[in-house]
Design a protein around this ligand. Sequence first.
Ligand code: ADP
Ligand code: ZN
Length: 735
Amino acid sequence: MGVERVFAEGDRVGVLLTEPLGRSLSGTLDYRAPEGGCGTGDFVEVPLGPRRMVGVVWGPGDGSFDMARLRPVTRVLDARPMRAELRAFLTRAADYTLTPLPAMLRLATRAPGLGESAGMRRVYRLSGPAPNKLTDARLRVLEALRGFGGAAVTLGEICDAAGCTSSVVKGLVKAGVIAEEDAPRDLPYPDLNPAAAKVQLMGEQIAAAAALTAAVAQGNYGTTLLKGVTGSGKTEVYLEAVAECLRHGRQALVLLPEIALTAEFLTRVEARFGARPAEWHSGVTQTERRRLWRMLGEGSAQMVVGARSALFLPFQHLGLIVVDEEHDTSYKQEEGVLYNARDMAVLRAAICGAQVVLASATPSLESWVNAEQGKYTRLDLGARFGTAELPEMRAIDMRDERLPANRWISEPLAEAVKARQALGEQSLLFLNRRGYAPVTICRACGHQVGCDDCDARMVEHRFLKRLVCHQCGASKPVPDTCPSCGVAGRMAPVGPGVERLAEEVAERFPEARVAILSSDLFGSARALKEQIESIAAGGAEIIIGTQIVAKGHNFPLLTLVGVIDADLGLQGSDLRAAERTFQLMRQVAGRAGRAGNRRGLALLQSHQPDHPVIRAILGGDEEAFWKAEADERRAAGVPPYGRMAGIILSGPDVAQVFDFGAELARLDGPLRRIGAQLYGPAPAPIARVRGRHRVRLLIKADKLAPIQAAVSEWLSQVKPPNAVRIAVDIDPQSF
Ligand code: ADP
Ligand code: ZN
């Protein structure tokens, strides 16, 4: 861990800027310490050319300039210095992911108003009854304020949320509907009480919680895989570990894979600890982010619930990180800095001496193997809490079902749905495809409409009345004439998406109340949350959902899950296909029958019900399945037994990108020296995105080989053409 140093005025210091300036400026820049001196970790303002930039004093400087030419630091900002522990984490994370350090630092300094002094600010809240007649703009303002749940917010936040000018808000202040007041910028968070509402744990839960609390009480690093079937009480158990962490006066972080899950979770934490913890994700207002960022520095926020980016917050004494649904692929950030939050959680905990709990009903193979090898402690919860049983799982052999064209719901599934309707229970029809139809084809010539800029077919979205590219987001109207052969009136949708499935449901169950849960159908996180709450309260009989329904939601009335196409994820050559399909199917099935009064049923429509993965999902020996998967990976020398890195080269000119890839492949000396194998250049899994052609090189090395050092030496041998970009993906998701 870095040593804290104090620099006297005029000393040479190395400053890392919080805005990356490209790969050429990837290290620290040297300055002179300002009047009054400064220390490592201080946030400072420095001159760069004509600009002023914010940076962090990283160390004594590397001597890159003559002392005589050094410019002084402009000022030390009024912010808590970044602790050595966080700096060490960023450095190690940058080394591991081969990310330039400034880009990594940026992840830890994205809070607004960095370096502003605290003080007071003007805030607004609802104060009086709304008059009957209101202009549209005024209505939107009131709506926005209600959306903030009674919290006092700034003028900027209201105007952003309501899409209006400040004069509308001021007008409402004059009318006495909104109160205007000064408030301290950053209120401390309410204290959480670990003993507020203790839950009486049962059976296996007791031993699991005891093991976790003992580990937390030790106050050192360790990782535990908490594997428990859905509804077994994993959350209750790890909240005990959080309670222990709070008792020791250390901070706890809980990561969730999906923002839509936070609301329900916060309510649960509030019930358990008597107050709400802090939140950190893209849906949190700038004011709140700023407050949390500052308050963490003061050590005031005891618990944070957040998305993966919360790992980079300035905790003062972090004692526990929980990664809930640790297998979830959304923990991997696939743009900008490529990192896996699960692995980074372990790294940060190892550096600051904290415990990690990885919770899942279907752990990643990585974690399963780490537990198997004794690197992680493993705790199991084998049964659902109380009287709830795991759902019964059955396959429907679709080869026996002669479904008419454009029908996807088999007779047995339809019967099961009807039976649930009669009982006043809910059914979920799961199809992991957004939109109306995945393909739009010309019946005259067979042409399939693709994206102009990507190597991807356009997906029809009836709700939006457009074809949308799921790679780049581009959209266009559904063409009437074929863009290829020019014949009119023959364009047709092929295959189902959730919107099309909804049409079939409407035909076959005309009286049923139906809800579609698909991320793209909701304008905001709030709308999605409301839909989820309404479903949980029984506001729908049939739910049609994409993978967002698989993630931990609790629908007490749901007793039937029908998977429309269980084979969907098994296509393709990805070595992780079996693992992913197993996880997804088990997670979806786990939504059924959580309440305990009725047993759930999961029906998987499949054309290959004898496929080993489908058989494992249907209740074969789970440990045997993981073991077989592990053996296969070991034999192939791929993760978690080998190390991999993906290098994606991209550029507008396909030949140029390929040529550069071939050149890199010829210079493979540094890779060969560590015994690594190089595959490619080959078209990347998605060969073109946003007009840029993508070529992939895959490196496979021994588990212990220094792959980062070899890759960076290899890439440094030759400069890419200007138009070609390089992205390095250590531990890629697909291989
Ligand atoms: P998981 O996280 O494994 O899916 P949860 O912790 O959400 O499981 O538990 C499932 C349900 O059972 C929740 O409603 C939870 O409150 C309840 N539950 C679990 N354990 C207990 C317990 N010991 N006492 C009371 N309720 C419990
Ligand atoms: Zn596109």
